[in-house]
Design a protein around this ligand. Structure first.
Ligand code: PRP
Length: 189
């Protein structure tokens, strides 16, 4: 385990098992339909790659690039870095993201997607952190509900690092919190 990771929250085995269950639920709901999987860059890539290999459905894959401005732990303003290329009008869309946190990202993306008139949109997220929600939004498929902890790994980053960790881990606060100032003692000479 990396020294910046305080503890492992979800192991790679737990993720692998949960993904199979999620895939079965998605297959049941979309049986007989061809799916357009729309995945949000960048954090989703590892989750997406594992999930779709369990999906026994015909599907097309496309990406929307969206990112919170800045490198901190708070979601801020959003910028779109890549637009959807596939036509989703009248299609069944599975929108995939790594984490549903405040909900600002998925809420903005949903508004954009709905304007393209798909037949239906279902949301799938690996992690759901309801404690920080500010937008009224729910995912249809959730891998794991987690408490309000700063997590990294399995695609999730802090300042673009730790995405390649095979598990979801809790980042040690010293990584993102500046060290507390120690009072400087001025000795009289
Ligand atoms: C993260 C994450 C989600 C979003 C969730 O993306 O991948 O898309 O934040 O937060 P929210 O529910 O508060 O909007 P980020 O902007 O960090 O980009 P990334 O996917 O490139 O890591």
């Amino acid at each position: 385990m990396r020294k910046e990771v305080e503890r492992i929250l979800i192991t790679d085995d737990q993720i692998a098992r949960r993904l199979k269950t999620l895939a079965r639920a998605i297959e049941r709901d979309f049986r007989g339909r061809e799916l357009v999987v729309v995945s949000l860059l960048n954090g989703t890539v590892i989750f997406l790659a594992d999930l779709i290999r369990h999906l026994n459905l015909p599907l097309h894959l496309d990406f929307i690039g969206v990112s919170s401005y800045g490198a901190g732990t708070e979601s801020g303003d959003l910028i779109f870095t890549k637009e959807l290329r596939l036509d989703v009008r009248g299609r069944d869309v599975l929108l995939v993201d790594d984490i549903l946190d405040t909900g600002k990202t998925l809420s903005r993306v949903l508004t954009k997607l709905r304007a393209l008139k798909p037949r239906r949109i279902k949301i799938c997220v690996l992690l759901d952190k309801p404690a920080r929600r500010v937008e009224k939004i729910k995912a249809d498929y959730v891998g794991f509900e987690i408490p309000d902890l700063f997590v990294v790994g399995y695609g999730l980053d802090y300042a673009e690092r730790y995405r390649n960790l095979p598990y979801v881990g809790v980042l040690h606060p010293h990584v993102y919190q500046p060290p507390a100032k120690t009072p400087v003692r001025h000795e009289r000479t």
